[in-house]
Design a protein around this ligand. Structure first.
Ligand SMILES: Cc1cc2nc3c(=O)[nH]c(=O)nc-3n(C[C@H](O)[C@H](O)[C@H](O)COP(=O)(O)OP(=O)(O)OC[C@H]3O[C@@H](n4cnc5c(N)ncnc54)[C@H](O)[C@@H]3O)c2cc1C
Length: 411
């Protein structure tokens, strides 16, 4: 799901205070486990991915070299790469709920090379670096990137395999590098790669606070730990830790997956090549054909005020339910073969954008020993792993941070 600058959408937050209070009471009582080993708040829906990893409860050491906060693609790749390049160092990864509980385990999984904010100086080869990092960590090395269709309602190719009706006729305008990955497998493999290299991965370990002393003092729900360096890779949640509240905004974005379609239907849709797609104009739509013949479609942003609001979000209610209904209507209107299609899955997840759609990859203004990696928006599948590795190389003194991705001093 590549979100380009021109897609500004601000849903209105319905009155969720009642739901929030109800949710907090329920959570206190029951905790929350969904299918596929992904711990989800009450009702964010079930994505198609399976994460095959569970950490073993272990005591928190008093002091380590590096603490990584966040068990998504960014945090896991940074922690595993730190041990790959500096095997003698000590690394602890603290994840508030379960590995993949944020956007990474709920993503659409289209890996792309471009950043939403456009050209970035000295960015390098994101997809090549992504594949090399996973290969060297032994995580899901057999990734194929068949390419991805950029589609639009004007300027489309006459021989476009895709001809869909959606507020105008959508056709392919170009193909870009990239392709669909299996986020569940990559998260599982990255978590295993990290633990096999000696990273202590602790789940259900929410970081409450980081004191910018030397060494840094990290207070969490499983105790306090001191560290020379800390990486904050918490994406949409815990914005107070990274100080990005004034400089970014979080949203809950949605996806659906159809029942498996016949080969003839996939061919009629122009999707038998296995290539994913996203629109470069509005209304926004992205998606990909799945190995079982189903097709995933995504669109829609639900406004979220804070972590409690996010946790209380229920996709069967309010703005989210309305956006799902309109997404499913749009999908059924795209092509006659989809007119009566059934949907097998509906889910969503949290993402964060910089106010100018920029990513944040910089030292925390309060401490040069803390790196903030955030604001990946809807483009984090490849960037999270690529920049996670880069953060590890900065901590190991092998590389410096880029000229972009600055965290404002007022953070
Ligand atoms: C529905 C959906 C579809 C998407 N589709 C695509 C796509 O096709 N292509 C693409 O490039 N991008 C896509 N994205 C975006 C992409 O998935 C994200 O940008 C990427 O996964 C971000 O990875 P991350 O590790 O930075 O964040 P996350 O995966 O969100 O990880 C952050 C982790 O930090 C943990 N955490 C938060 N606070 C604390 C705390 N205080 N203490 C400890 N842990 C904490 C959370 O529990 C979470 O596990 C999509 C996102 C969604 C939701």
């Amino acid at each position: 799901m590549v979100m380009r600058r021109h897609i500004k959408s601000r849903g209105t937050a319905p009155t969720r205070s009642v739901a929030r209070k109800t949710f907090q009471r329920k959570l206190a009582r029951s905790g929350s486990f969904g299918l596929n080993g992904i711990e989800t708040p009450m009702n964010w829906g079930i994505p198609p991915w399976k994460i095959d990893f569970a950490s073993k409860p272990q005591p928190l050491p008093a002091e380590v070299d590096f603490v990584v906060v966040g068990g998504g693609f960014s945090g896991l790749s940074a922690a595993a790469w730190l041990k790959e390049i500096a095997p003698g160092c000590s690394v602890v990864l603290l994840e508030a709920t379960r590995v993949g509980a944020g956007a990474s385990g709920r993503t659409g999984g289209l890996a792309l090379a471009e950043a939403a904010e456009g050209e970035l100086e000295c960015l390098g080869d994101v997809l090549g670096g992504y594949r090399d990092t996973l290969n060297r960590l032994g995580a899901a090395g057999d990734i194929e990137f068949p390419g991805v269709f950029e589609i639009a309602r004007s300027g489309g190719r006459v021989d476009s395999p895709i001809v869909w009706e959606d507020s105008g006729t959508l056709r392919v305008i170009k193909e870009v590098a990239g392709g669909g990955i299996d986020p569940g497998r990559i998260l599982s493999d990255l978590a295993l790669a990290a633990t096999r290299r000696g990273v202590l991965v602790l789940e259900k370990a929410r970081v409450e606070n980081v004191a910018f002393e030397s060494p840094l003092v990290v207070r969490s729900s499983v105790g306090t730990i001191r560290a020379k360096k800390v990486l904050l890779a918490t994406n949409a949640q815990s914005v107070e830790l990274s100080g990005l509240a004034e400089h970014s905004w979080a949203r809950f974005t949605l996806a659906v997956q159809t029942e498996p379609l016949a080969d003839a239907a996939l061919s009629a849709l122009g999707l038998s090549s296995g290539k994913g797609f996203y629109t470069s104009d509005l209304p926004y739509l992205w998606g990909r054909p799945m190995p079982n013949g189903a097709v995933m479609f995504g669109s829609g942003l639900v406004d979220i005020a804070d972590d409690a609001d996010l946790a209380a979000l229920d996709i069967s209610q309010g703005v989210a339910a309305g956006l799902f209904a309109s997404l499913e209507r749009r999908v059924r209107g795209l092509h006659p073969v989809l007119a009566d299609v059934d949907f097998a899955l509906r889910w969503g997840g949290p993402i964060r954008f910089g106010n100018a759609w920029q990513m944040f990859f910089d030292q925390h203004p309060c401490s040069k020993d803390v790196i903030v990696l955030n604001g990946l928006g809807g483009d984090g599948v490849s960037f999270s792993v690529y920049l996670g590795r880069w953060a590890a190389e900065v901590f190991a003194g092998q590389r410096s941070l880029p000229s972009w991705g600055k965290v404002p001093a007022t953070a």
